[in-house]
Structures are given as C-alpha cells and as structure tokens.
Design a binder for this molecule. Structure first.
Ligand code: GMT
Length: 373
C-alpha cells in the first residue's frame, strides 16, 4: 500500500507513535510518505520505502499568522496525486484532520479518492480541541474522517463526552518495540548514581499538564528515606518552576536534568522507578517505555494511565496531586527488594501486551479495510 502519514515532528508522544508506526509499515514493504513541518525526531530516512515531505510555509507580511493548514492540505493533495496514495493517516486532530478533509474535497473534484484515518492522541481532545475557538472545526473534521481511532478507552470516552461524534471510535493502544528495551549488559548506572543509591526517573516535555513540581515534591520526600537520585529527561516550560523547588529543598546534587536524549532506552534500563504524576494523560507512552525496560511506575490516575500502569502490579496509581500517597508508595517499593524485583518483572510482562507484534497488525488491518485501491 501507499500510505501518507501526517504528524508533528516534535518529541511529543503523537509524533513518536506516528513515526514508529510508519517506519514499521515501511519495513513490511509498504511505501510510506511522511508529511510534517520538519523531519520527525525519531524518523530514520535511511529505511527503504520512506519518503519525507516538508510542509513549506511562505512568509507573507500581511499574515500575522501564516496559514499552515492551507499549506498542509495543498501538500497532501500534491503527494496523493503524485504518488497515488491509498490513504492518509493523520495523528493529532488539530489541524491535521481538518487539513485532510480539505485535501480530500479537492481530490474529489479530480475524481481521486483519499480515505482519511484520524488518530486522536489526547490534548487534541482533552485540552486544546474543546476550546471554543477550535471546537466546531475539530468536531466537524473528526466526524468527516473515514475512520477514527483513539489510543485508549479513556480517550474514547472523553471524545464522546466532549464532542457530538456520530461515528464509531476504534481503540488501538499505543505500542513499543519491546526488543529495544531488553537488558543488554551495558551499564550506565555508575554515571548516574552510587552503587547503594536508587534511581528515580521522569521523562516528559515538562509542560504544566505533567506536574513537574509534583515530581520534585515526591522525590524530596523519597530521598529523606531512601538514598537516591532523580533523573529528569526532557525540556519544557515548567523546568524553571522545578529549579526553584530543587533549590528550595537543596536537591541540586541529587537531581539531574539530562535534557532531550537520543539513547533514552539506556537510561531507562538503569532506573528503578518512573514518576508520572500528570494532570491529564490519554495513555502515557513514556510510562509504557519505562515498563518495557522493567521500571515500575508511580503515577496519577489521570485519563488512560490506569490502562497502562496496573495498580498494585506494575506500580501504584494515586489521585492527581496526592504527593503524600505517591511518595509513600515509592518508599515502600524502593525499600522492599523482593517486591521491587517482582514489580520490575510485572512491568516488563505487562508492557509486552503493547508490543509491536500485537498492535501493528491492528493498524495494518485497518489500512487494508480502508485503502482506496
Ligand atoms: O504531552 C504529551 O505527552 C504529548 C502528547 C502528544 O500528543 O504528542 O501526548 C499525548 O499522546 C501520547 C501518544 O498517544 C500519549 O501517550 C500521551 O498520554 C498524550 N498526552 C496527554 O494526553 C497529555
């Protein structure tokens, strides 16, 4: 098949899922055309069958805001015509589903069919999409998509609750290549902690919704009972607030922000506990990646997180903002070696349910059922 994939190029979860999906489809022999405003962070263009097309925006003084959706629709039309796309799969509704709808209408005029699959990822529904300035256009474009998927049952429920959706929504959970997370003997542990210290980790884009200050508050309580270090992976606007707390609690020598890293799997493999106290999370791909590396998760119960992190089995789940409870769970797990070992093994086993091998065929089947040829 000839598949178009539209996504954000950033480190955010939706771009990562879209990129991994497209690369796997390409490895299976499908022709995959990525469309984005810059090269997606994890896209390996050396894989055969992959082509990247950049949306070029023409700067024009009249426009205070350049019309990105228009340029995106135009490029979709161009790629669909030139390469004979069988379908287009857009990740994150805004503005991708809307731009795809316009592209499909333009192509209809030329007697070309372009089925649209829209995958909703989270904040396009729970945060941005329901804002009155976007809501009717987002609702319209979801209803106009030929197929709509969400990454969790929780996000499906939220979508029906927030919008007037007339279509069936299919849940296809996020996935990971579990092979990348297997222990491989290489040990970076000494780069991050002393042998008798535990390593806690948080990975995100450090936006408000991730509650980074909760991460620091939890760690501050944990380090009083457990010799430990905290690694923060990622960059984002909340880091400034986190620094203030780190200074207030004098944790400078115990907390390390490594920024955006290429070899996240290596760091996850040496970690003991993952913290994800998010306000909102449709799925929690970062938690799944940690679990695949055998790292239990202490999380909030927001959105789809409980579908990934099984309370009392792969980690613990507390109410959003309940720092006491999350710190208590972390301490009880980190101070009980046999329980910690059991949870590490449970985390790895549960992550296998979301393996490429299990989830990819669901997307491939969807593509076959909705291909124009
Ligand atoms: O905030 C993020 O984590 C980025 C955001 C995105 O759309 O890129 O992530 C969303 O999609 C991910 C992949 O499906 C999910 O794992 C995240 O839970 C979801 N984030 C939120 O719902 C806040």
């Amino acid at each position: 098949m000839k598949i178009g994939i539209v996504c954000y190029p950033t480190y955010g979860g939706s771009g990562i899922v879209a990129t991994e999906l497209g690369m796997e489809m390409a490895k299976k022999g499908h022709q995959v055309h990525f469309i984005s405003y810059s090269l997606p962070a994890r896209l390996d263009v050396t894989i055969p069958n992959i082509t990247f097309h950049q949306v070029n925006i023409q700067e024009y003084d009249l426009f205070h805001y350049q019309p990105y959706s228009l340029a995106l629709s135009t490029l979709m039309v161009d790629i669909a015509e030139r390469f004979g796309l069988d379908l287009i799969h857009v990740h994150y509704a805004i503005p991708h589903a809307y731009a795809a709808y316009i592209a499909r209408q333009i192509l209809k005029e030329k007697n070309i069919e372009l089925p649209i699959i829209t995958t909703l990822h989270g904040t396009d529904i729970t945060l941005v999409g329901q804002h009155p300035v976007y809501k009717s256009a987002v609702e319209f474009s979801i209803n106009q998509s030929d197929v709509v998927t969400t990454v969790s049952e929780s996000l499906k429920k939220d979508t029906y609750r927030v919008f007037n959706i007339k279509k069936d929504i299919k849940v296809i959970p996020n996935f990971i290549d579990t092979h990348l997370y297997q222990p491989n003997g290489s040990c970076l542990r000494t780069n991050f902690a002393e042998p008798d210290e535990k390593i806690l980790i948080h990975v995100s884009n450090l936006r408000k919704v991730k509650r980074i200050t909760d991460v620091i508050e939890i760690f501050n309580k944990v380090q009083k009972s457990v010799q430990s270090k905290l690694i923060i992976v990622g960059e984002g606007p909340e880091w400034e607030n986190a620094i203030q707390l780190i200074q207030k609690y004098k944790l400078e020598k115990m907390v390390r922000n490594v920024g955006k890293v290429k070899n996240l799997t290596h760091i996850l493999k040496v970690s003991d506990l993952f913290l994800l106290p998010s306000e909102q999370e449709s799925f929690g791909l970062a938690a799944l990646e940690a679990m695949a590396a055998g790292v239990p998760v202490i999380s909030s119960n927001a959105g789809g997180i409980p579908e990934v992190n099984v309370d009392g089995e792969t980690g613990y789940v507390s109410n959003v903002g309940d720092i006491e409870s999350m710190a208590g769970y972390a301490i009880s797990l980190l101070t009980n070696e046999s329980l910690l070992a059991q949870f590490k093994s449970n985390a790895r086993a549960h992550a296998n349910k979301f393996s490429l091998e299990n989830i990819l065929p669901l997307y491939e089947q969807l593509y076959k059922e909705n291909s124009s040829s």
